[in-house]
Design a protein around this ligand. Structure first.
Ligand SMILES: NC(=O)c1ccc[n+]([C@@H]2O[C@H](COP(=O)([O-])OP(=O)(O)OC[C@H]3O[C@@H](n4cnc5c(N)ncnc54)[C@H](OP(=O)(O)O)[C@@H]3O)[C@@H](O)[C@H]2O)c1
Length: 311
C-alpha cells in the first residue's frame, strides 16, 4: 500500500499529545514508533514547559496551547479526567478532533459523552470518547462476550500483584521452575484458583497443568494454570484482569469464555487512543464511543493487511 504524505510532507496523520504524564508519555512513544503517524506537538501546562523531555522527543515542538500548533489531525487528551472537558473545549473550538479515555463507566460515562457531544457538534468536529483500556479495549471484549453468551454472568476479577502468593505445591511439580497463585470466588460462589507457572524448557504444559489440578490442594477448586515467561516479572507487574462469562442455567449448551491479561494500563490506553485516532478522518461531527467505531477503521492504512491477518 502506498504511504500518503500530508500537506506538511510528513507521514500520515499529525497527532498532538496534551499532557505528558503516564498515558501522555506512552502515547508519544507509540506515535513515534508508528510509520503512518507524525507527532505534531506535545502540549503541556506552562509550569511544565521548562522540564526537559527524553532525547527521543528532541525534534518534537513543545507548546503550552493547542492553538500554537500549525495543524493537527487529532489531539490525544492525556490530562486528568477532571481537566478533560476543558482540554476538549480548547481543541474542538480550534477545529482539532480529539480522542480521550477518562476512567468513567455506566451513567457517568454517558453524561460525559453527552457533554463532549454537545461541544463537538457546536464546533462541527468529531471526538472519540472512552478510548483507553477500561473503558476502551476491555469494554469491546466485555461487549463481545455479552453478544456471544447473551444469558450469562460476567465475572471480572482485578488482580493486583499484591494478591499473588508463592505456592510450594505447584513448585514441586516436575517442570515448574517457579509459581504464584491467587484465589477468587466466582459469580456462582465457587472458589477458583489461578496458578501462574514459569516452566522448564521443553516441558509439556498440558501435562504439567493436569498434575497441578490433580493435587489434593487444588482438586476441589476450579483451577486455571497459566504459563508465564517470568514469575519475577509477574510480581513486578502492576495489574491483571480475568473476565469470565458462562452461559446461565437453562440457556442452550454450555458456553464459557475466559480472558486473562496482565498489562501496563498506561501503555494499553495509549495504544487504544492512538488506534482510535486513525478513525478520526472518517467520522462525522459529534462524540463517538470506541464501541461505535468499526475495528477496520482503527487500522488506518493497514486495514487491508489487518483483514488478511486477523479475519
Ligand atoms: N481508560 C483507561 O483505562 C485509562 C487508564 C489510565 C488513564 N486513563 C486516563 O488518561 C488520562 C491521563 O492519565 P495519566 O495516568 O497519564 O495521568 P497523569 O500521569 O497524572 O498525567 C496527567 C498529565 O496531565 C497534565 N495536566 C494538565 N492539567 C493538570 C492538572 N490540573 N493536574 C495534573 N496534571 C495536569 C500533566 O502533564 P504536563 O505536566 O505535561 O502538563 C500531567 O502529567 C486521564 O484522563 C485518565 O483518566 C485512562
Amino acid at each position: 500500500m502506498v504511504k500518503r504524505k500530508n500537506r506538511h510532507g510528513e507521514k500520515g496523520l499529525r497527532l498532538g499529545i496534551v499532557g505528558f504524564g503516564m498515558v501522555g508519555r506512552a502515547s508519544a512513544d507509540v506515535v513515534l514508533e508508528r510509520k503512518d503517524l507524525t507527532l505534531a506537538a506535545i502540549v503541556r501546562r506552562l509550569d511544565s514547559l521548562a522540564q526537559p523531555l527524553p532525547d527521543v522527543f528532541s525534534k518534537v515542538p513543545v507548546v503550552s496551547h493547542t492553538a500554537q500548533v500549525a495543524h493537527m489531525d487529532g489531539a490525544l487528551l492525556c490530562v486528568p479526567a477532571a481537566q478533560v472537558f476543558e482540554a476538549a473545549h480548547d481543541c474542538l473550538q480550534h477545529g482539532v478532533p480529539i480522542v480521550e479515555s477518562s476512567i468513567l463507566h455506566g451513567e457517568a460515562f454517558q453524561i460525559h459523552r453527552e457533554a463532549i457531544h454537545r461541544l463537538a457538534v457546536r464546533f462541527d468536529v468529531p471526538a472519540i470518547v472512552g478510548a483507553g483500556w477500561d473503558p476502551g479495549a476491555l469494554s469491546l471484549l466485555r461487549s463481545l462476550f455479552g453478544l456471544l453468551v447473551p444469558e450469562g454472568e460476567l465475572a471480572t476479577t482485578h488482580r493486583v500483584a499484591a494478591s499473588l502468593h508463592h505456592t510450594a505445591m505447584a513448585r514441586q511439580v516436575r517442570g515448574v521452575k517457579e509459581a504464584l497463585c491467587t484465589e477468587q470466588v466466582a459469580a456462582d460462589g465457587a472458589r477458583q484458583r489461578y496458578v501462574y507457572v514459569e516452566v522448564e524448557p521443553g516441558v509439556d504444559v498440558a501435562q504439567l497443568s493436569a498434575a497441578i489440578r490433580a493435587d489434593p490442594l487444588f482438586l476441589h477448586d476450579e483451577t486455571f494454570v497459566f504459563p508465564v515467561e517470568s514469575i519475577a516479572a509477574l510480581e513486578q507487574e502492576g495489574r491483571g484482569v480475568v473476565l469470565e462469562r458462562r452461559s446461565g442455567l437453562g440457556s442452550q449448551g454450555h458456553q464459557r469464555l475466559l480472558f486473562e491479561a496482565r498489562f501496563d494500563d498506561a501503555m494499553m490506553t495509549a495504544r487504544t487512543m492512538v488506534a482510535a485516532a486513525r478513525a478520526l478522518p472518517g467520522l462525522s461531527p459529534g462524540a463517538h464511543a470506541l464501541l461505535d467505531l468499526p475495528l477496520s477503521a482503527l487500522w488506518g492504512e493497514q486495514a487491508f493487511d489487518a483483514e488478511r491477518t486477523w479475519l
